[in-house]
Write a protein that binds this ligand. Structure first.
Ligand SMILES: Cc1cc2nc3c(=O)[nH]c(=O)nc-3n(C[C@H](O)[C@H](O)[C@H](O)COP(=O)(O)O)c2cc1C
Length: 274
């Protein structure tokens, strides 16, 4: 194996990457200093972005009165999700009361103008559609960096997308004072974990990795997605192990889809139809 460059450490990086977790239970009554929160935001600041537009701002809410108000916005948001999002295994966000801070990542969609723009009608649409992706993945990179920073500081967090819903964004913009055309694409409650950090389900490396071309045996057919949605989603989201084979009820839960979820080749026939 190649030696890492001096000062760089793959194992240390992977330790943080693997330990970054979506934790939805924090210890009550803990606090951290602003120096810690600044270091976390510093990680977000170094994220890559399309055209280096940095279409983000980080609103760190650490003042108890304001945290309580943000908490209430998300309690309403999670109740709406339970009432109106079809079968989504939503968790009540009461755990947000025990955060040391809540970081709201606000995106500014006007910066999409800095990404490639088409010169003819055909290309206007083509580039506009991709601008949306560039904008959102840039914000995703910043949020990911924040979460890694949180982990490296010995804290833990979650990645909440509810602020991107129009109603919640309106509430947050009124509360936090940002212009309503900006978007709270990610909200990161930060705290001390109630229990030890564990792992979560991940597809095997051999299943996600394609060498030199797309390997059709690794294609996941529509029926597999439907099965995940109908039977597996809450377990894949909330059970604390990496491999589905480690579940006590693997055979029962995975049924005829066991190999598809646990081996390198979910689609041994290699057909690329649905
Ligand atoms: C774009 C995006 C949106 C997410 N939105 C939410 C959310 O609104 N609420 C939540 O509890 N978790 C949310 N998550 C966290 C995922 O559920 C979580 O990353 C996934 O189940 C894997 O678990 P892990 O992060 O612990 O590895 C989101 C993650 C991403 C990347």
């Amino acid at each position: 194996m190649n030696k890492p460059l001096a000062g760089l450490d793959y194992e240390a990086l992977m330790n943080v990457v693997r330990r970054r977790r979506s934790v939805r239970a924090f210890e009550k009554g803990r606090r951290v200093g602003r120096d810690v929160l600044e270091k976390i935001v510093e990680c977000g600041r170094w994220a890559p972005s399309g055209a280096n537009a940095q279409p983000w701002d980080f609103i760190v809410v650490d003042e108890p009165g304001m945290k309580e108000k943000v908490f209430k916005v998300f309690m309403r948001q999670s109740q709406r999700l339970i009432d109106h999002a079809k079968g989504f295994p939503a968790v009540k966000k009461s755990y947000m009361a025990n955060t040391v801070a809540i970081i709201v990542v606000v995106g500014d969609p006007r910066w999409k103008s800095c990404f490639p723009q088409g010169t003819s009608p055909e290309f206007v649409d083509e580039y506009a559609a991709n601008n949306e992706k560039i904008y959102l993945v840039s914000l995703g990179a910043a949020i990911q960096n924040l979460q890694l920073g949180v982990t490296a500081m010995g804290l833990t967090s979650a990645w909440l997308s509810g602020g991107g819903e129009a109603t919640t964004n309106r509430d947050l913009s009124e509360l936090l004072g940002y212009p309503p055309n900006l978007e709270a694409v990610g909200t990161i409650p930060v705290g001390y974990p109630q229990k030890n950090v564990s792992l979560r389900y991940r597809r095997p490396l051999a299943q996600v990795l394609h060498w030199n071309r797309y390997e059709p045996e690794k294609f996941r057919r529509q029926a597999q997605i439907d099965y995940y949605l109908e039977n597996l989603r809450p377990f894949a989201m909330y059970r604390d192990v990496e491999r589905m084979q480690e579940w006590e009820d693997t055979d029962e839960k995975l049924g005829p889809w066991k190999d598809a979820f646990t081996t390198a080749t979910p689609n041994p026939g290699g057909k690329l139809d649905r």
